[in-house]
Design a protein around this ligand. Structure first.
Ligand SMILES: *[C@@H]1O[C@H](CO)[C@@H](O)[C@H](O)[C@H]1NC(C)=O
Ligand SMILES: *[C@@H]1O[C@H](CO)[C@@H](O)[C@H](O)[C@H]1NC(C)=O
Ligand SMILES: *[C@@H]1O[C@H](CO)[C@@H](O)[C@H](O)[C@H]1NC(C)=O
Ligand SMILES: *[C@@H]1O[C@H](CO)[C@@H](O)[C@H](O)[C@H]1NC(C)=O
Ligand SMILES: *[C@@H]1O[C@H](CO)[C@@H](O)[C@H](O)[C@H]1NC(C)=O
Length: 319
């Protein structure tokens, strides 16, 4: 029995609500044709320490190219950088928030570095929460917090890359309140607590300001490339990373297929999720899929078509 993403989000929220005796109110509801309108395209985004062979483009450039152009061959251009995007939410998210992100596909491929994260205005003083991130052909998601101090970084099995796509995607959740920061990954049909950062180790009140939701795709760069140390874990036969950038066929899987991103808020910001790091949260029956459109504007299939009609195709893809 498939549930619509809307129902899924609410069920997940109510699952968490049961665990925390907490009520969450929907504050950002991003899906289909309102998804991109909630974000700014940051064409000027750059960071020489992190960014690899990419040019982030404006929304008009992105849309005029259908957001999807994995056909540009940069073979004879020694300065070639592949066009990509970096988008930031217009609204910020405050402590007391629950973020639910449902996707069918996360970008992957040797040299590909996607991320869904949140960041304060003043980095790193106001913190960064990495919800979905990893590189190359990794199959485990890497959660992390950046607050000046780097917190413990547990991995979550088969939650990224081809392993994520092969299972039809899944749902990520982030809960941020005064007791700490918790993140979950719910594969379609299951779920367990993936990451728990109690306030005692990473202060969620003082180390994090209002967070901007950010999504991008980088190519190579410090994390994916890292002089071959990280790159070679899954892509050593293609070393060096830079040798992949010009060939567009390396980027056929470098797309996001997003069903929705919802942010819920609670007036009671002092409430721990479940009972800490070692507990499994059951999502039984609530994560069985998002393929149904059941008359809902948020159904998985319908989502796909809505975005396609926007020349967005539900895919935020490298050019
Ligand atoms: C690159 O240059 C070579 C030699 O001039 C040419 O054969 C090849 O078609 C060029 N490739 C592209 C993608 O322009
Ligand atoms: C990565 O692998 C290549 C061979 O595929 C090797 O030449 C290079 O030294 C390796 N780099 C590291 C850091 O292990
Ligand atoms: C780009 O990627 C899509 C999705 O994987 C694929 O269907 C398409 O054939 C690719 N386009 C080119 C020009 O390779
Ligand atoms: C907020 O949650 C805490 C922990 O469950 C509870 O003790 C407190 O009574 C709640 N406050 C309100 C106003 O609901
Ligand atoms: C959580 O569930 C998984 C899968 O059923 C199991 O392997 C793991 O031991 C459980 N962890 C805890 C702390 O119960």
């Amino acid at each position: 029995m498939l549930s619509s993403p809307k129902a899924l989000g609410l069920i997940l929220a109510s699952t968490l609500a049961v665990a925390t005796a907490q009520t969450y109110t929907l504050s950002q509801y991003l899906s289909g044709d309102n998804f991109l309108s909630a974000f700014n395209f940051i064409a000027s985004a750059s960071d020489p320490r992190n960014f690899g062979f990419v040019h982030f483009v404006s929304q008009s450039v992105a849309e005029s190219s259908n957001m999807v152009d994995n056909s540009t061959n940069g073979a004879n251009d020694s300065t070639f950088g592949r066009n990509s995007f970096y988008i930031e939410s217009i609204e910020t998210m405050d402590i007391g928030s629950l973020l639910i992100f449902d996707a069918n596909h996360i970008p992957f491929g040797c040299s590909v570095w996607p991320s869904l994260f949140t960041q304060g205005q003043n980095w790193p003083a106001q913190g960064e929460i990495d919800i979905v991130e990893n590189v190359n052909l990794a199959k485990d998601n890497r959660y992390s917090l950046h607050t000046g101090d780097v917190c413990n970084q547990p991995l979550s099995s088969n939650s990224f890359g081809s392993a994520f796509a092969d299972k039809g995607g899944g749902v990520y959740a982030l809960l941020w309140n005064t007791d700490g920061i918790a993140m979950w990954y719910f594969a379609r049909g299951s779920g367990e607590v993936s990451a728990w950062y109690p306030a005692s180790s990473c202060d969620p009140t003082t180390s994090f300001g209002p967070q901007t939701i950010t999504i991008y795709i980088d190519i190579c760069g410090a994390f994916a490339d890292a002089q071959g140390i990280v790159f070679n874990r899954t892509c050593s036969q293609y070393f060096p990373c830079s040798s992949l950038v010009a060939d567009p066929s390396n980027y056929d899987e470098a797309y996001w297929e997003i069903n929705y991103l919802h942010v819920y808020t609670s007036e009671n910001i002092s409430n721990a999720p479940a009972t800490g790091s070692s507990s499994n949260v059951s999502a039984t029956g609530s994560t069985s899929g998002s393929g149904s459109n059941s008359g809902s504007a948020l159904g998985g299939a319908e989502f796909f078509f809505v975005l396609a009609s926007l020349a967005f195709l539900g895919l935020l893809t490298l050019f």
